[in-house]
Structure formats: C-alpha cells, structure tokens
Design a protein around this ligand. Structure first.
Ligand SMILES: [Zn+2]
Length: 137
C-alpha cells in the first residue's frame, strides 16, 4: 500500500495522484484557494492556480477539502496537522507550518519526533526533544 495522507477529522484521503490537496484561506482576508503539496516529506514545492498566489510570510487557515474541518492545530499555534499512513500501515501525525515560506515538518508517532526542513528548529518549543536524543532524529 502506498503512503496515504488523511484528514485528522474525517479521515478522508487527501492525496490524489501525485499531490496532497488542501484548501487554504488567508487569515483576515478573502483570499483563498486550493494547494497541491508534494507528498514527499521535506519537499516544500507547492502548486496553486495562477489566480491564487501565496506570498511568503502570509498565514493561512487550512481546511479539509472533503469535510471542511480546520486542520490548523489547536495545540500548536502556527502548525497544521494531518495524518500519514505509511506503506506498512503505521500511523503518524504530520505537522507543518501554516505560514508560507516556513519550511518545517514534524513526523510524530508514539512520542518519537522526526524533524525535517531548514526551519525545523523554529517550533522546537513544541517538540521538546532532549539534546542527547537529537542525533537520532
Ligand atoms: Zn476531512
């Protein structure tokens, strides 16, 4: 089974063909559209329609295109959570930033945190990993 990404609310599958499809609305703005994310963790290339241009530093509310639930984390400000099921059926929480241009991804299962991206230290405070364990990340 190939890796799947699910909505944390309805568990609908968010990846279609070669992208994860999410709906985005800019905070305090009427600007909104669909985003195609690369399903490869740590790859931050995104695709949007030319009429929907996201600028670095903008913050977005991310919603499930299936059930319209907000996917922004209530626990961790500025992070969005979706679920990943890997090819062995193991489930992970995936967090990424809701701010355009911030390249950080956190893959979490059973308290084990795998951090990816050049901005991964930005939200270290949320994922307090002891220094001696960092070499394993
Ligand atoms: Zn959903």
């Amino acid at each position: 089974m190939a890796t799947q990404y699910l909505c944390k609310a309805c568990r609908g599958v968010l990846n279609v063909k070669t992208s994860i499809v999410l709906s985005a609305a800019k905070v305090n703005s009427s600007k909104k559209g669909l985003i195609y994310f690369n399903p490869e963790l740590g790859n931050y290339s995104v695709t949007t329609h030319p009429s929907f241009r996201m600028e670095a530093g903008e913050e977005y509310t991310i919603t499930c295109p299936i059930c319209h639930s907000h996917l922004n984390s209530l626990k961790y400000d500025h992070l969005v959570r979706i679920i990943m099921i890997d090819d062995e059926g193991k489930e992970f929480d995936i967090y990424f930033s809701d701010i355009v241009g911030e390249k950080c991804t956190y893959k979490i299962s059973d308290g084990y945190v795998e951090k990816m991206g050049p901005d991964a230290t930005r939200y270290d405070k949320y994922f307090d990993v002891p220094e001696e364990d960092r070499k394993y990340l």
